[in-house]
Design a binder for this molecule. Structure first.
Ligand code: ACO
Length: 362
């Protein structure tokens, strides 16, 4: 038995490939380096959906329809009551998405792509005691998310940075949440059910729940010269360093570099706290060195969540919302995998080995 299904192949996919030895990610035949610096959210979504829906969709059409769908979904925000708003943002998001109809078609996919983009900014504003901002169907999904979050039209650098983030995390092989999405899809339950299962898997601290704690760690360390001592003590307490390590990568996660790159225009435009970036670089260096000393046989390097924390913080997302923003970006990957599974896969039904007691002989 493979604990954690490590190295087990459980699907054939046309969507993405993660090469853990080379530190390379390919999405539909295009390398992440190229995609992250050129693609928009809508272009990567079109790419991922290609051939998987009942009819072809162009990028222009997707952008228009997503804009329209955002305006349609805004009415759901009114049903956010005090109980839902008391939940962590990702849980409130999941609860609101659970109210959407299930389905397998393009309309269902469109609803699920637009829903977190509208719901998460509204949840965050209501939790902060502010009125939600209505969507603007004429904007791109990234620009509108930032506008709905802050109430102001974002700069071109901010919109590009969010696009780079959403593209970078759009799909990543058979990670835990994507596998959850495929398992549900294999029962033909519908895309909403797949996405709900995937969000539930994503929110755990070993998967998409890590970037908030990354910022907590940076705050607790405070300055570069404290990094080594702080990290040593955390490891001595048996803690894991958030934003480091990966099941597949044995080298740096290429998504960390893509996000570091995406931060640069924000730094040049003076839209990021440079001290925080310098601190993060010192912490990264110290952590990689200490992990190498402690685990010489298990390469543990920086992962996507480390630079996610810096980027989303720079864009004005509160740290408790980072997992929800991850869900906005990964929903396209979950949907594409769910469609691939439903179109070609069988019911996913592995076996377990029973190691419990046997009935007593009569
Ligand atoms: N800090 C300290 N030690 C670590 C870390 C870490 N971040 N990651 C792994 N290790 C250690 C483990 O303690 C274990 O040591 P042991 O053999 O002495 O028990 C060894 O490295 C192997 O760890 P596993 O748990 O087998 O590795 P696995 O592949 O299951 O874990 C994971 C991958 C969950 C990402 C892990 O590296 C981790 O917990 N990282 C911190 C959380 C994090 O950053 N998550 C985001 C991942 S990226 C994403 O999902 C989008």
């Amino acid at each position: 038995m493979k604990n954690g299904l490590e190295d087990v192949i459980a699907a054939e996919t046309l969507l993405s490939d993660v090469d853990g030895e080379a530190g390379r990610l390919i999405i539909r035949g295009i390398s992440l380096d190229e995609l992250a610096s050129t693609a928009t959210y809508e272009s990567v979504a079109t790419l991922l959906l290609d051939g998987l829906m009942e009819r072809p969709v162009t990028e222009t059409e997707l952008r228009q329809q997503l804009g329209f769908m955002r305006t349609q979904l805004f009415a759901h925000v009114r049903s956010l009551d005090a109980d839902l708003l008391a939940l962590p943002p990702v849980d409130a998001l999941r609860a609101l998405i659970a109210r959407l109809a299930d389905g397998e078609d393009f309309d269902a996919a469109l609803r699920l792509l637009a829903a977190p983009a509208v719901f998460l900014p509204a949840i965050l504003r209501l939790q902060a005691g502010r009125e939600p901002t209505e969507p603007d169907a004429t904007l791109s999904q990234s620009a509108d998310i930032l506008r709905m979050l802050t109430g102001r039209r974002p700069s071109a650098e901010q919109t590009s940075a969010l696009d780079a983030y959403l593209v970078t995390i759009s799909d990543h092989g058979l990670n835990a949440s994507t596998f959850a999405s495929r398992v549900i899809a294999s029962t033909r339950a519908g895309l909403t059910s797949s996405v709900l299962a995937a969000i539930s898997a994503l929110k755990g601290p070993l998967h998409g729940g890590a970037p908030g704690p990354v910022l907590d760690m940076l705050d607790a360390i405070g300055s570069g010269e404290n990094a080594r001592d702080w990290l040593t003590q955390a490891l001595d307490r048996g803690e894991r360093l958030m934003g480091f390590g990966h099941r597949i990568y044995r080298v740096r996660d290429p998504r960390a570099d893509a996000l570091k790159q995406a931060l640069r225009p924000l730094v040049s435009a003076g839209q990021v706290d440079r001290k925080r970036i310098a601190l993060a670089e010192s912490v990264e260096q110290a952590a990689v060195a200490i992990l190498r000393e402690r685990k010489p046989d298990r390469p543990l390097d920086v992962n996507v969540e480390f630079y996610t924390a810096l980027l989303l913080d720079a864009l004005g997302f509160p740290r408790e919302s980072f997992t929800g923003v991850f869900a906005i970006g990964r929903t396209i990957g979950w949907i594409a995998h769910a469609r691939e599974q439903a179109l070609e896969g069988r019911l996913i039904r592995p076996r377990s080995v029973y190691v419990g007691p046997l009935p007593r002989a009569a």
